[in-house]
Design a protein around this ligand. Structure first.
Ligand code: C2E
Ligand code: CA
Ligand code: CA
Length: 272
C-alpha cells in the first residue's frame, strides 16, 4: 500500500498491487449508467455549532456497492470535457436534493466546478436555467472554484465570477492557501466565501506561525466582507483556535464526514 498526498488528504491508491486509475471510457459509462452520485458534508456555524450548509462531493458507487472516491477519477475526467458533464450532473442532483428538503428549513449547498467551466459559454445562464427548472432560489446554490484556477486566467475568472454572482448565486474560492494563492488575488476577486485549505491547519493550530498566518487571513477576509469556511477540521484544538478567530463556518470529520443524501436528510432532522 502506498499513500499518495493529493490536495492535502491521503488515500491508498494501491489495491492488491494494482494502481486504481480509471479510463475516460469507464468513467463515462459510470456517468451514463447513473453510478455517480453526490455525497454531502455538512458545514457548521463555528460558534453555535449548528449545521448551516453543506458541500456536495461526487462519489462513484459500483454495482457491488463499492464507493469510489473522486481521487480515482476526477483527474482523468478533467483531461477532457467529461468533467463538465459530471459537474452538471452533480448540480442537477443537488437541485433535486434541495427540492426534497421541502418541509425542512432549506440550507445552501455548494457544488465543485472544474476550472474548465470558466471557458464555458453562458455558464451563468445555464446554471440559472437548471436551478429555475426546479424553482429554487438562486442563493441556495454556491459555486466552488479552486484558487489554482486563477493561474493564467485572472481576467476570465474575474468576469466568470461576476456573471455568476450577478445571477444571484454565491461563489466560494476553494482550497485557499493550498498553493500559490496570495491575498493580492483575493483582494481582486469578488467572492462571497473563502474556503481555507486544511494544509494551513496541519500543525493542529499549535504552532505560533501557523496561528499568525490564519489570524491574518481571517482579519483580511472579514474586512473585505468575505465569509470564511475552514475545511478538514479534525480536532478540538483546531476548533478551539478557529472559534477565537472569527471563522464563520467549519467543515470536517470532527463534526461529520460526507454522507449520502438520505443520511443527510435524517441528520438535519435529528439535530433540530
Ligand atoms: P475538496 O473540494 O477540497 O473537498 C474536500 C475534501 O476533503 C473531500 O474529499 C472531503 O471528503 C475531504 N474532507 C472533508 N473533511 C475532512 C477532514 O476532516 N479530514 C480529511 N482528511 N479530509 C476531509 P473528496 O470527497 O474525496 O473529494 C476530493 C476532491 O475531489 C474535492 O476536494 C474536489 O476537488 C474534487 N471533487 C469532489 N466532487 C467533485 C465534483 O462534483 N466536481 C469536481 N469538479 N470536483 C469534485
Ligand atoms: Ca470543494
Ligand atoms: Ca477544498
Amino acid at each position: 500500500m502506498k499513500n499518495i498526498h493529493h490536495k492535502g488528504y491521503e488515500t491508498d491508491i494501491m489495491k492488491g498491487g494494482i494502481l486504481m486509475k480509471y479510463t475516460a471510457e469507464e468513467i463515462r459509462s459510470a456517468l451514463y449508467n447513473n453510478e455517480l452520485t453526490a455525497y454531502y458534508q455538512p458545514q457548521y456555524d463555528t460558534i453555535k455549532g449548528q449545521m448551516k450548509s453543506a458541500e456536495a462531493l461526487v462519489r462513484w458507487i459500483k454495482p457491488d456497492g463499492t464507493v469510489i472516491s473522486p481521487f480515482f477519477f476526477i483527474l482523468v475526467a478533467e483531461e477532457s470535457d467529461l468533467i463538465m458533464e459530471i459537474d452538471w450532473y452533480v448540480t442537477e442532483l443537488v437541485c433535486k436534493t434541495l427540492v426534497k428538503q421541502n418541509m425542512m428549513p432549506q440550507f445552501p449547498i455548494s457544488v465543485n466546478f472544474s476550472r474548465r467551466h470558466i471557458q464555458e459559454e453562458n455558464f451563468a445562464d445555464k446554471l440559472s436555467a437548471l436551478v429555475d427548472k426546479y424553482e429554487l432560489p438562486h442563493p441556495l446554490l454556491e459555486v466552488e472554484i479552486t484558487e489554482s484556477a486563477m493561474i493564467g486566467n485572472e481576467e476570465s475568472l474575474l468576469d466568470w465570477i461576476v456573471s455568476i454572482r450577478s445571477a444571484g448565486f454565491r461563489v466560494a474560492i476553494d482550497d485557499f492557501g493550498s498553493g500559490l494563492s496570495s491575498l493580492q488575488f483575493v483582494k481582486d476577486i469578488p467572492a462571497d466565501v473563502l474556503k481555507i485549505d486544511r494544509s494551513l491547519l496541519s500543525h493542529n493550530c499549535e504552532d505560533e506561525k501557523e496561528r499568525i498566518v490564519l489570524e491574518s487571513i481571517f482579519i483580511f477576509a472579514h474586512r473585505l466582507n468575505i465569509k470564511t469556511v475552514a475545511e478538514g477540521i479534525e480536532t478540538k484544538e483546531q476548533l478551539g483556535f478557529l472559534r477565537s478567530c472569527d471563522c464563520n463556518r467549519i467543515q470536517g470529520y470532527l463534526y461529520a464526514r460526507p454522507m449520502p443524501r438520505r443520511s443527510i436528510s435524517s441528520f438535519v432532522l435529528n439535530i433540530r
